[in-house]
Design a protein around this ligand. Structure first.
Ligand SMILES: [Zn+2]
Length: 314
């Protein structure tokens, strides 16, 4: 009989949960909408700021360095502080300091010396970073099919009920040979911070990729495609990228297109295998393939015929 009572209790518990769940789901859906809009708005604002900064960046920085070195605690720099409080970046690494002091002006200097980006601001300083959120989430809705959302919510069971985790995937690139991928996961309440975190991670993970024209139908020796076929893997997903002739466009799924656009690849063919509906793995596999372009040794004759370029093309 005791067992019967327990089952009754258990039956009662989930009813309370469902109401909460519904409320939470609504919140998350609303947050998804707002987050996407906000990110776009934030990007526009950032671009505006960047363009304003670009108008007179040298003057500001010189003043800042002077105040750091010479006048300390004076009353004069107060106004400057007010102006520069928000956009000012205090580098934590030596590499960051060099970038701020304009000792390094080209991102390829960093990559060619075998180093990687140590602070997200380095990418902002040296590159016109464009980022896109990858729609990794989804919820079933009216009319069939899946409505795709920028953040994915997963559930795990706990003694006290269900615990939720949301995750976000962002691709960042300069649209010219340099891309990065960032993934972040955390509680649903920190939804917006997650997007930001994923973007910062994407900037940190930026790498130069090889581009060229490896298509025998084209052989124009311009970096509009990739120099040779590669394959990448993540989980069960295997993606094979093949060079395509000029004008073909991006013959890949919509989410992979975002990666290719960020990388500055214009024409490509692909073939996939595995659970490609799990978009996190699909994107990771595509990025893995682009990474692997770097692993092949290329003869100089091939290099010229494919017109291979590593990283930024002038
Ligand atoms: Zn070509």
């Amino acid at each position: 009989m005791a067992a019967g009572k327990e089952t009754k209790k258990k039956r009662n518990i989930p009813r309370k949960d469902t109401k909460q769940e519904k409320a939470e789901e609504k919140n998350i859906d609303a947050a998804n909408h707002i987050a996407a809009e906000e990110l776009v708005a934030a990007e526009v604002e950032a671009k505006k700021e960047a363009s304003e900064e670009a108008a007179a960046p040298e003057v500001q920085e010189k003043e800042v360095t002077e105040t750091k070195g010479g006048i300390v605690g004076g009353e004069a720099p107060r106004d400057e502080k007010k102006k520069s409080e928000e956009p000012l970046w205090a580098p934590k690494t030596e590499l960051g300091r060099k970038v701020l002091n304009k000792e390094i002006t080209d991102i390829m200097q960093i990559f060619n010396s075998g180093r990687r980006i140590t602070e997200p601001e380095i990418a902002d300083m040296l590159l016109p970073v464009e980022s896109e959120i990858i729609m990794i989430g989804g919820s079933t809705g009216k009319g069939g099919g899946i409505r795709r959302t920028p953040s994915k919510r997963t559930t795990r069971m706990h003694k006290s009920g269900r615990r939720y985790t949301t995750s976000a995937l962002v691709v960042a690139g300069n649209g010219n040979g340099i891309v990065g991928l960032g993934f972040a996961a955390g509680p649903p309440a920190k939804h917006r911070e997650l997007m930001e975190k994923a973007l910062q991670k994407a900037k940190l993970g930026m790498i130069p990729i090889r581009r060229g024209c490896g298509s025998w139908e084209c052989s124009c020796a311009k970096p509009h495609s990739i120099p040779f076929a590669v394959s990448g893997k993540s989980g069960s997903v295997v993606i094979e990228l093949k060079p395509a002739p000029n004008g073909i466009g991006l013959c890949v799924s919509d989410e992979v297109k975002k990666v290719m656009r960020a990388a500055g690849i214009k024409d490509i063919w692909s073939k996939t295998r595995g659970q490609t509906q799990s978009r996190i793995n699909l994107i990771k596999a595509a990025f893995d393939a682009l990474k692997r372009l770097d692993r092949f040794k290329v003869q100089e004759s091939q290099l010229k015929s494919a017109g291979m370029v590593e990283g930024k093309a002038e």
